[in-house]
Design a protein around this ligand. Structure first.
Ligand code: ATP
Ligand code: MG
Length: 227
């Protein structure tokens, strides 16, 4: 079976004020549908940076990313945006909800520009928010929601597109253990049923027993973590 995502010798450096900062070099791995890959590593090693490259929001300095065996590293920003909209769901470390939009609008936003009618967009957004227990919070702005509720809006936004790849940056970072378990319960069925693969970046707060594989980012390279 061809992997869903394959990464070869990926590297990333930042150039700031005349200095080159190498975040990582030569990162290679592959994930299949049904897998949950946990990327661990201390704060600042580059976990969020790596997810940014995988999502196509940021560009690699070297190496290749293959999505369903198609090289995506050289795609234009518009093509990457299209790929994200159709296949990839992301949960960011800080949720990235749009402050001026209510819960329903935040979820609907990812369905825009995909030829889906406004009525259908609204229907799908409301459906998934209901599923996640937010039926009575549809019209609330992010600031009017608790952190756990904001997290669930972010998850609704991720799942509304039925993504085949879910990228989650510290998805259980800022919530209590019970809410963390709930979040995992909402995401995991898609992976366990083999419909999606999930890559989680976490510096230790994510329950590692849920992972099918654990890798560790350290000193600029990725290695299998000792379990
Ligand atoms: N836009 C940027 N310009 C310059 N350096 C950056 C930029 N973004 C991140 N970095 C640097 O890259 C390194 C990796 O950052 P990153 O956010 O990926 O770490 P992380 O592993 O996700 O950490 P945490 O566990 O705290 O979330 C850090 O040293 C950071 O300072
Ligand atoms: Mg991070």
């Amino acid at each position: 079976m061809e992997p869903l995502l394959r990464v070869e010798k990926l590297s990333k450096s930042y150039h700031t004020r005349g200095h080159e900062v190498k975040v990582f070099t030569d990162v290679s791995f592959a994930v299949n549908a049904g897998e949950l890959l946990l990327i661990t590593g201390r704060s600042g090693v580059g976990k969020s940076t790596l997810l940014g490259l995988l999502s196509g929001l940021d560009r690699a300095s070297g190496g290749s990313i293959f999505f369903q065996e198609k090289e995506v590293t050289g795609l234009s920003l518009a093509e990457l945006a299209e790929l994200r909209a159709s296949s990839i769901g992301m949960i960011f470390q800080n949720f990235n909800l749009i402050p001026g939009w209510n819960a329903r609008e935040n979820v609907e936003a990812v369905l825009m520009h995909r030829g889906i009618s406004a009525t259908e967009r609204q229907k799908r957004a409301v459906e998934i928010l209901r599923e996640l227990g937010l039926a009575d919070r549809l019209e609330n702005l992010p600031a009017e929601l608790s952190v756990g509720q904001q997290q669930r809006v972010a998850i609704a936004r991720t799942l509304v597109n039925d993504p085949v790849l879910i990228l989650a940056d510290e998805p259980t970072g800022d919530v209590d253990p019970e809410t963390a378990a709930e979040i995992v319960e909402l995401l995991l069925p898609r992976v366990k049923s083999g419909r999606a693969a999930m890559i989680v970046a976490s510096h230790g707060l994510f329950d590692s027993s849920l992972a099918t594989r654990i890798v560790c980012l350290k000193d600029g390279s990725l290695s299998e973590a000792a379990q």
